[in-house]
Structures are given as structure tokens and as C-alpha cells.
Design a protein around this ligand. Structure first.
Ligand code: F6R
Length: 608
């Protein structure tokens, strides 16, 4: 969501901050700003919209003329208040001395605001963040120390936060503090950084410190001290940065999304190599601490694309394991009459590992003593704190806001983990296991075949792009693929797309169909195909353009048909997600959309 960068050192501060923010751009934002602790006073520069606008402000103000060895920067994804300059961070205290940036939400900001206003404090924005600035500033007036002012104020703040704060009277330090929002310190030679995420620091430092909840870092040019909430010094480990700079390069592709779609065969190969050996599923048992004898029920919680991957898992696992699997949108799970206990395995799935809805759902599951596992692409993220078992997705950093390769990696994890469960629960024969593994191993090559048909898929997408709405439909294992197809198309092309179980069409949505409403049907082998074809006939009879996607074309009724290699139905979601990603990508490209950073969206959604 929002992104934070802080720098203290000898380099041009504004440049360092800007470069860091640029590397966080992919997270999605709608305003940006930096503050410099200049000799004369704190200087703040802000702009609504993209970083190019902030760059123009910096140039106009000849930012290079300011003498500063430290500064903080922020990109904001609006929650409380529109993406205006007033609401953009950094926020400054009324005396102009204390300045901060914030990620997260201050839940009790209204009460704090009222309290401070009663004392005569004037507010200038609609943000929740501003309450914190004035709170810290009021406290500073009493104690005269930034560190103490922040520490004394923290108990009054409810919600989630990562703050990075400077005071003009203390020009040798930046204070960084967190609770339920990520923050890292980058350690360099005579310079140190603060950031909300590693990409901000790529190419800058090779070692970082992960701050944990209720920890505060006092960051100086030549040292970093981390303390707990009571002011006791902690002995924090420096960790090596485990990320290459080329993850934030498009490597010749027009967009990160296309690059990431094309990376999928390589990701699958890597995952299979790690987890399939000698006709068995292997894994690091230290990280998977599930008591298999106790598992009587599996519940998977997730949001968005991750939720669609979970829906595939339900279908596949119920077939393979004959074990009921419950799927819940994490944001709704918390309102359920939860029938969880220590015999439940609750699995949270999150690419970013920072999704507030999913984290809240897992916290709830903890209360019921359920066993908790997470599947995440970021093993350094907040979500791992709530699980006894962690499965890394190994997709590599995903930059495009629209999830593609992480979806593939989630599916891959669900497939191998399903087989692992089958192995542990004695629910699979050696020959069945061998056959399933064989199927999985063939997937990368089959995906490459689909990727080689990009030109044709683009031509189909170009036709779709002329419509303002489309319908996806499927039966069986690919119903979740249809949901994912509709989500992908909506989020990056802004074409209204809905997905239905094909059998449901005649119970209402068929009223939508005419020559302006294309219907896209996802075919798989087996019992569903004949009925799905009938549903296509029904659509055709209403003059809807009909596009088929799947194995060999079984009829001439299709206006277009994207052929995919034939595979057993239960494996087809691994293949079918690729053409639907490409359709969304090329439709958005036709419409000249901002593909990697669609409007209103953020890469990690850290608010509920
Ligand atoms: C869609 C998309 C979102 C995310 C959702 C959950 O392309 O990216 O729907 O899937 O916000 O995010 P994670 O997986 O990070 O919890």
C-alpha cells in the first residue's frame, strides 16, 4: 500500500529518497512527498498523483540547494481523505519542527483529533496520520526528546503503524517504530536507510534489520540502536538482503505483468525441483509443523486472487483427500460462527504476507487453538508471525499490481501440498502418486506452448476490448479460473467482467446477453464439457459472441477459440490461468491502460 523511505548519510538526500520511492512505486499510490531536515528548517515537498509530479515540484524548488544529511519520503494510497497535497505525507507539526511519514491506520484518530483540538491544536488534513504528528509534537514540548516523545505517545495510538520521524532540533537521528506494519532498516557504510519494503533498498545496502512489532530504531549515520517499547536495548541480527536488483527491471518486456506471466514455466520448474524427488513430495519438515493425525477439517482464508487459488485447492483436495475443505474470504471469516478447534488446520494464503484481512482472520483462528499454516511469497512478512507452519511460494518478487506468477505459485503449492497431505494421511497409492507427479512435471512445457500463442490471444483480446462488459463461465475445476479471469480483466482493463458457474447463467445472468456481451467459456476434459457446450449454444442463441478456451475445439459455434494442451481436468487450472491472464493483459494494452499500476489498487492491502 503506502511506501516509506528514510535516509541519513552523506549523499544527496532528496535523490536517495526519490530513488527509494521509485522502487516502491509498484505498490500503488496516489500522492507522494519528501521532507528534508535542512539546517534552517524542515523542508517538505509534496505532490498529488505520480512521482513525476513530485519530481517537478523538487526541480521547481531547486531541491539541491538544501543542506541536509537526512530525510524521509512516502508514497500514499489514500484511505482517510482524498489524494490531495494536504493529505499527502510527510506531515509536519504546527511548530514546523517534527515531521513524519506513516503506513497503516490509526483507528482511534477521531478521539485523538478531538482531544488535541480541545487543546487548541489546528489540523490541516483529513488524515488519521496527522493526529500522531500533533500527539508526538505535544509530547516533545513536555520532554524535549524525540525518542521519549514517541515512546510516551505510543500507548495512546490504536491500530497499525510504521512511523518514520525526524525533529529539527535532533538533526543526527531518524526514529523508526512499528506495530502491525512492516519496517526495515538498511545498514550501510556511514549511511543508513529505513524502508517499508526491501525493493526500496536494492543496490543500496546488503544488510538489513527487520523491526518487529513494538520495536523502535534510533537510526544515525554511523549506528543503529533498536529498543523495545520500554527503552531497553535489543540485540537485533543483521540479515543479508536476499533479493537481486533485476527483480525491479522489466528485462525488455513492455510491462512487469507480461514479464511475470512469462516467468511462470520457470517458477513451476523451480518449485517442482524443490518439492518433487524420487516420486515423492519432499519438504523442509522444520517449517511444516502440522500434526497430521489431528487434522479433521481444513479451512483456507485469503483475499482476491489468493482466494481464487484457494478455491482451486478446495476442488482438488476434496477429490484427492476426501476431506472437507472450507474456503472463506478472509474479510468475512471474522463474522462467521467459527466451528474451529485444535483439529482444524487453518491455512492463510497471501502473496504479500501483509494483507490485513487475512492476518486478522488468522489471529482469530489462533484463539480457537487451530493449527495455522501460511502460504506466502514473502517469508519476511508480517503474516508468518501467526503461523506454526510456513510454505514459501518461491515466485520471486511480484512487481505488477495484478497478481499472475504468484497465483501460479500458489496453485503449485496447493498441488504439491495436497499430495504431501495425501502421502502423510496414507490416501494415495504409489502408482497414483507417480501419475500425478508426471502430470505436474509436464506443466511447464505445456504453459510454454500457450505462451507461444500470444499473437492469437492478443487478437482475441483486441476484440474484447471493444466491449464494456463480458461474462466468463465454467464448470468444475475451472470455475475459480473463471472468477480469476473476471477479476484480472476488471482490475487492469476496467472492463466490467463477471464470472458464473455455467449452469447458473440461465437462472438470471442470461438476461444480460446480446450481441454486445461476449461470453467466454473455460473448457476442461470430462463430464463438464458437454453441458458447458450446451451453455455456449444458449449464449449463441442470444447473439452473444462466444469465445472458448480449453483443449481440442469440439464445435464450430465459437467466434474464437484459444486452444490449450489437453490435460486431466484436475490439473487444468494450472494451464487455464495463462490464457486468461494474457487476455486481460492484451485487452488492457489495447485500451492503453496503466497495466502495472491500475487505478485505485495497491499491491499489498494493509487495511481492513
Ligand atoms: C489481484 C490481486 C489482489 C490480491 C489480494 C490479496 O490481482 O493482486 O486481488 O490477490 O489483494 O493479496 P495477497 O495475496 O497479498 O494477500
Amino acid at each position: 500500500m503506502c511506501g516509506i523511505v528514510g535516509y541519513i548519510g552523506n549523499n544527496a538526500v532528496a535523490e536517495e529518497l526519490f530513488a527509494g520511492l521509485k522502487n516502491l512505486e509498484y505498490r500503488g499510490y496516489d500522492s507522494a512527498g519528501i521532507a528534508l531536515n535542512d539546517n534552517a528548517k524542515i523542508e517538505v515537498f509534496k505532490a498529488s498523483g505520480k512521482l513525476a509530479n513530485l519530481d517537478a515540484v523538487l526541480q521547481k524548488n531547486h531541491v539541491e540547494k538544501y543542506v541536509s544529511h537526512m530525510g524521509i519520503g512516502h508514497i500514499r494510497w489514500a484511505t482517510h481523505g482524498a489524494p490531495t497535497i494536504e493529505n499527502a505525507h510527510p506531515h509536519l507539526s504546527n511548530d514546523g519542527n517534527l515531521v513524519l511519514v506513516h503506513n497503516g491506520i490509526i483507528e482511534n484518530y477521531k478521539e485523538l483529533r478531538q482531544e488535541l483540538q480541545n487543546k487548541g491544536v489546528v489540523f490541516h488534513s483529513q488524515t488519521d496520520t496527522e493526529a500522531a504528528v500533533h500527539l508526538f509534537a505535544e509530547e516533545y514540548k513536555k520532554c524535549g526528546s524525540l525518542e521519549e516523545a514517541v515512546r510516551n505517545s505510543l500507548p495512546k495510538l490504536k491500530g497499525a503503524f510504521a512511523f518514520v520521524i525526524m525533529h529539527h532540533n535532533e538533526p543526527d537521528k531518524i526514529i523508526a517504530v512499528r506495530k502491525n506494519a512492516p519496517l526495515i532498516i538498511g545498514s550501510g557504510q556511514d549511511e543508513n536507510f529505513v524502508a517499508s519494503d526491501i525493493p526500496a533498498l536494492l543496490g543500496k545496502v546488503s544488510q538489513i534489520i527487520h523491526l518487529d512489532d513494538d520495536e523502535m530504531a534510533i537510526v544515525q549515520k554511523d549506528k543503529v540502536v533498536v529498543k523495545d517499547i520500554h527503552g531497553h536495548i535489543l540485540n537485533k541480527k543483521l540479515e543479508k538482503v536476499d533479493m537481486q536488483a533485476d527483480v525491479i527491471s522489466k528485462c525488455g518486456y513492455a510491462h512487469f505483468m507480461l514479464k511475470e506471466i512469462c516467468e511462470q514455466p520457470a517458477i513451476l520448474r523451480k518449485v517442482w525441483q524443490k518439492h518433487i524427488q524420487n516420486q515423492q513430495i519432499v519438504t523442509d519438515d522444520a517449517k511444516i509443523a502440522v500434526n497430521w493425525d489431528k487434522v479433521k477439517k481444513v479451512v483456507i482464508v485469503a483475499c482476491g486472487t489468493s482466494l481464487h487459488a484457494a478455491m482451486v485447492a478446495k476442488k482438488v483436495w476434496e477429490e484427492w483427500l476426501h476431506l472437507p475443505v472450507q474456503i472463506e474470504a478472509a474479510s468475512e471469516f471474522i463474522y462467521q460462527t467459527n466451528l474451529l478447534d485444535e483439529n482444524s488446520l487453518v491455512i492463510g494464503v497471501s502473496q504479500s504476507g501483509e494483507t490485513a484481512d487475512t492476518i486478522t482472520a488468522l489471529k482469530l483462528a489462533q484463539k480457537f487453538q487451530a493449527q495455522i499454516m501460511v502460504l506466502t511469497n514473502r517469508i519476511d512478512s508480517s503474516i508468518v508471525r501467526y503461523a506454526s507452519s510456513v510454505v514459501p511460494l518461491d515466485a520471486g518478487v511480484e512487481i505488477s499490481v495484478a497478481a499472475t506468477k504468484s497465483y501460479m505459485a500458489q496453485l503449485a503449492a496447493f498441488y504439491w501440498f495436497g499430495l504431501l497431505m495425501a502421502q502423510k494421511m496414507n490416501k494415495i497409492s504409489a502408482s497414483d502418486m507417480a501419475e500425478k507427479l508426471q502430470n505436474l512435471m509436464q506443466m511447464p512445457e505445456k504453459i510454454e506452448e500457450i505462451l507461444s500463442h500470444q499473437e492469437y490471444i492478443e487478437s482475441v483480446a483486441q476484440k474484447l476490448a471493444h466491449h464494456s462488459a463480458v461474462v466468463y463461465m465454467a464448470r468444475g475445476f475451472n470455475l475459480p479460473t473463471a472468477y480469476e479471469a473476471a477479476l484480472k480483466l476488471k482490475e487492469i482493463s476496467y472492463i466490467n467482467a463477471n464470472a458464473y458457474p455455467a449452469g447458473e447463467l440461465k437462472h438470471g445472468p442470461i438476461a444480460l446477453l446480446d450481441e454486445n456481451m461476449p461470453v467466454l467459456a473455460l473448457f476442461e476434459q470430462g463430464q463438464t464439457a458437454a453441458k458447458l457446450l450446451s451453455n455456449c449454444e444458449e449464449a449463441k442463441a442470444r447473439h452473444a459472441p462466444v469465445v472458448g478456451i480449453g483443449g481440442r475445439k469440439a464445435s464450430d459455434i465459437f467466434d474464437d477459440y484459444i486452444e490449450t494442451p489437453e490435460v486431466e481436468a484436475c490439473f487444468s487450472p494450472l494451464l487455464m490461468c495463462v490464457p486468461i491472464q494474457l487476455l486481460a493483459y492484451f485487452a488492457a494494452k489495447t485500451l492503453n491502460r496503466e497495466i502495472d499500476q491500475p487505478r485505485n489498487l495497491a499491491k499489498s492491502v494493509t487495511v481492513e
